[in-house]
Write a protein that binds this ligand. Structure first.
Ligand SMILES: *[C@@H]1O[C@H](CO)[C@@H](O)[C@H](O)[C@H]1NC(C)=O
Ligand SMILES: *[C@@H]1O[C@H](CO)[C@@H](O)[C@H](O)[C@H]1NC(C)=O
Ligand SMILES: *[C@@H]1O[C@H](CO)[C@@H](O)[C@H](O)[C@H]1NC(C)=O
Ligand SMILES: *[C@@H]1O[C@H](CO)[C@@H](O)[C@H](O)[C@H]1NC(C)=O
Ligand SMILES: *[C@@H]1O[C@H](CO)[C@@H](O)[C@H](O)[C@H]1NC(C)=O
Ligand SMILES: *[C@@H]1O[C@H](CO)[C@@H](O)[C@H](O)[C@H]1NC(C)=O
Ligand SMILES: *[C@@H]1O[C@H](CO)[C@@H](O)[C@H](O)[C@H]1NC(C)=O
Ligand SMILES: *[C@@H]1O[C@H](CO)[C@@H](O)[C@H](O)[C@H]1NC(C)=O
Ligand SMILES: *[C@@H]1O[C@H](CO)[C@@H](O)[C@H](O)[C@H]1NC(C)=O
Ligand SMILES: *[C@@H]1O[C@H](CO)[C@@H](O)[C@H](O)[C@H]1NC(C)=O
Ligand SMILES: *[C@@H]1O[C@H](CO)[C@@H](O)[C@H](O)[C@H]1NC(C)=O
Ligand SMILES: *[C@@H]1O[C@H](CO)[C@@H](O)[C@H](O)[C@H]1NC(C)=O
Ligand SMILES: [Ca+2]
Length: 586
């Protein structure tokens, strides 16, 4: 037996004794958080076609790091070893991918690994998602996707020149970078902590929005994780990004650019009218489906609105004019714009192209801007929608897409082009999750019911696609029950995009989502309902137990009891019939 094998076995023996006798001769963070130790445990042979630049490894120790409370995890304080890993893909000149991993103190390590993701067009959230894993004893990592640095977004890397895609960057963004990070991060974790092959390393994922899409890109292909929290995923990408342009195009087509205050008033009145429909008047519309069935936005016509003058610091610095005070009465045209937005993208023949935001949601994509030269409100183009059409559909390095001459059919064409171009890489709606499911993987899928950026119905549509594809031989109720054994979807009443909404601050948010997932995976404790809490405002700390789809919430006994009920008529409102297509839209 060679010396090194002897040492490995000896170490395992020592570790085994330490674990069973629970008298660990504690290894300090300082002992192992050194450049030499880290370089020695990098898993340099784990992936074919990948070469590590070991010498570029950066290692640093941080003590008493204090992480404040966020929407996705509570506050915590911990020590960690920060490791930046550098690797490249063989055969690509100048290629360089960075991973940032935070490793817990050895006595705080709980045999867990966590991958984290990005938002918008970013594949990471800087270091800001890493504390969410450290607090549960998980090594936590983020990737830069190979886009040049942790602060470079994918859209800055995806074009080599006008007309020429950078396919490596595209596929790294689409799904490749996350798979590589999980494979490397898990093995690195095992090596760093001297885990024996027979010791289980629990692997997790947690992210929202684009990060939610990234999560699904893995769940649809691999079995790298035991569990994943995916919130408000920006998937069905070709539809999702073009849909951001719908509100602006509705205004242009109806030739009415409502002052933001007018749409805000329509939303406020909708929230007030629909709040009690869920059985409790608490400022939260827990049943946007009942709102859509029972409230007609026309009832807001003629109601007076007022918003004081305002300005953002940014605009002030540029010496631009502030947003003036706005007052008036809600107009029939304003309501027509709001109704067209809520009824979703249609083509020129009125056929449904895509689904939309729920009633009682902010009209974020519809924001007009004030022109102080003409003293009038002008349309603006959604930045992320423009970015998508310019760079990914037209392949032009430009971000000033204009809606001039654009019609409802143009949007439909852009959806179709993007769908065909990126069906295998960014669309991210593959509905057969057998690989992940057969390996025992769990999914906790969360979506704010009043999300103004990724339509809540988008998540419902995907859950239903998975149910109908994977359990096609079962009845609706049986299929739903079978799916809920391992993939559960929770809509969060009053919730906005990746957190509580400012318009319904009494609404809850499932802050301890990762802890719930860990308990489900490691202790088989199924979250029949999902623990959520009101995170601010007058009801701060109030506990809610969120219902798993397809059950819907309803307060009874004058708002004292919160039930989860089956309501077919409400479920139907979430099932959009996309009649513009002769292809299935998963
Ligand atoms: C971390 O905080 C603890 C408790 O406040 C303190 O005892 C310890 O000295 C601190 N460690 C460092 C390295 O600052
Ligand atoms: C992320 O964490 C690492 C390790 O502590 C640190 O070196 C780096 O500066 C952090 N990045 C940012 C943007 O704070
Ligand atoms: C792993 O084992 C090595 C000895 O081979 C030891 O130096 C190191 O401290 C151990 N690492 C941990 C995290 O316990
Ligand atoms: C909408 O409601 C919010 C919260 O009550 C309030 O701050 C805002 O001024 C209202 N907007 C309008 C246009 O009335
Ligand atoms: C709004 O309606 C009220 C009556 O309800 C009317 O007195 C007022 O002039 C209207 N304001 C505007 C700006 O049209
Ligand atoms: C405001 O309107 C004027 C006149 O139509 C136009 O020239 C100018 O570009 C507009 N300003 C902005 C910021 O769009
Ligand atoms: C790429 O296309 C955009 C939009 O047409 C144009 O503004 C830009 O100058 C082009 N870039 C190059 C390098 O040709
Ligand atoms: C878009 O931006 C490019 C430069 O990036 C410029 O050449 C072009 O004129 C702009 N187009 C419009 C419609 O503003
Ligand atoms: C819109 O169409 C008109 C008439 O065909 C044309 O003159 C104009 O250049 C077009 N605008 C854009 C931005 O394509
Ligand atoms: C339905 O199909 C699944 C997957 O193919 C299979 O495991 C299950 O036994 C089938 N159930 C019935 C009732 O046929
Ligand atoms: C529910 O979540 C809150 C924080 O949002 C947490 O304080 C509480 O311990 C959790 N309850 C359970 C039973 O997990
Ligand atoms: C879609 O069609 C089905 C069957 O025709 C119907 O039950 C459902 O209500 C429709 N959904 C919507 C949102 O219109
Ligand atoms: Ca309510």
């Amino acid at each position: 037996m060679t010396t090194s094998i002897f040492f490995k076995m000896f170490n395992r023996w020592i570790l085994g004794v330490a674990l069973t006798s629970a008298v660990a001769h504690a290894v300090n963070l300082a002992d192992v958080c050194t450049s030499e130790y880290v370089k020695g445990v990098l898993p340099t042979d784990i992936l074919t076609g990948v070469t590590f630049d070991t010498s570029a490894t950066i290692v640093s120790t941080t003590y008493n790091y204090s992480s404040s409370s966020s929407d996705s995890f509570p506050a915590s304080t911990f020590d960690y070893c920060g490791v930046q890993i550098t690797y490249s893909h063989d055969g690509i000149d100048g290629d360089q991918v960075l991973l940032m991993c935070w490793l817990p103190r050895p006595d705080r390590f709980e045999n867990r690994y966590l991958s984290t993701g990005g938002g918008g067009m970013a594949i990471n959230s800087g270091n800001s998602s890493l504390p969410g894993g450290l607090m549960y004893g998980a090594v936590s990592c983020a990737t830069d996707g190979g886009f040049g640095s942790f602060s470079n977004d994918a859209d800055s890397a995806v074009l080599l020149a006008n007309g020429t895609l950078n396919y490596e960057a595209l596929y790294m963004f689409g799904y490749k970078a996350h798979h590589e990070m999980s494979v490397i991060g898990k093995k690195f974790t095992r090596n760093f902590f001297n885990m024996t092959d027979s010791t289980k390393l629990y692997a997790y994922y947690q992210a929202c929005s684009e990060g939610g899409r990234e999560g699904w890109s893995q769940i649809q292909r691999y079995d790298d994780w035991d569990g994943a929290v995916v919130a408000a995923p920006a998937f069905r990408y070709a539809f999702q990004q073009v849909a951001h342009l719908w509100s602006g195009l509705v205004e242009q087509t109806l030739d009415y650019y409502p002052p933001p205050c007018e749409l805000e008033k329509i939303m406020n009145l909708t929230i007030a009218a629909c709040d009690p429909l869920d059985g409790r008047t608490d400022g939260v519309v827990s049943r946007t489906d009942l709102c859509g069935l029972q409230y007609d936005l026309s009832q807001t016509i003629g109601e007076p609105y007022y918003c004081a003058e305002s300005s953002s610091g940014f605009k002030r610095q540029l010496g631009e004019s502030t947003t003036p005070a706005q007052s008036g009465n809600v107009t029939a045209l304003g309501v027509a714009v709001a109704k067209a937005i809520v009824s979703g993208m249609k083509d020129s023949e009125g056929r449904q192209v895509y689904l939309s935001y729920q009633p009682a949601t902010a009209f974020e994509d519809a924001d007009t801007t004030y022109n102080s030269t003409t003293n009038s409100w002008e349309g603006s183009v959604s930045g992320i929608g423009a970015d998508w059409v310019d760079r990914f559909v037209k392949l032009l390095d430009s971000t000033n897409l204009s809606l001039d001459n654009v019609t409802y059919d143009t949007l439909k064409d852009w959806v179709y082009e993007g769908w065909e171009m990126y069906n295998d890489v960014l669309q991210t709606t593959w509905p057969d999750l057998s690989t992940y499911h057969n390996a025992g993987g769990k999914v906790l899928h969360i979506h704010g019911e009043s999300d103004p950026s990724v339509p809540t119905a988008s998540s419902v549509r995907y859950w239903e696609s998975v149910r109908s594809v994977m359990y096609s031989n079962l009845s609706y109720t049986q299929g739903a029950a079978a799916l809920n054994e391992w993939y559960r979807l929770y809509l969060t009443p009053g919730g906005g995009h990746c957190g509580p909404s400012t318009q319904q601050p009494n609404g809850p948010w499932p802050q301890t989502q990762l802890e719930v997932l860990i308990n489900w995976v490691e202790n088989n404790s199924t979250p029949t309902t999902l623990n959520a809490t009101v995170l601010s405002g007058s009801n701060e700390g109030q506990r809610w137990d969120l219902c798993a789809w397809p059950l819907r919430p309803l307060w009874s006994d004058n708002g004292s009891s919160f039930d989860c009920i089956f309501d077919q008529e409400s479920i139907n409102t979430w099932q959009w019939n996309l009649t513009a297509w002769n292809m299935p839209v998963y």
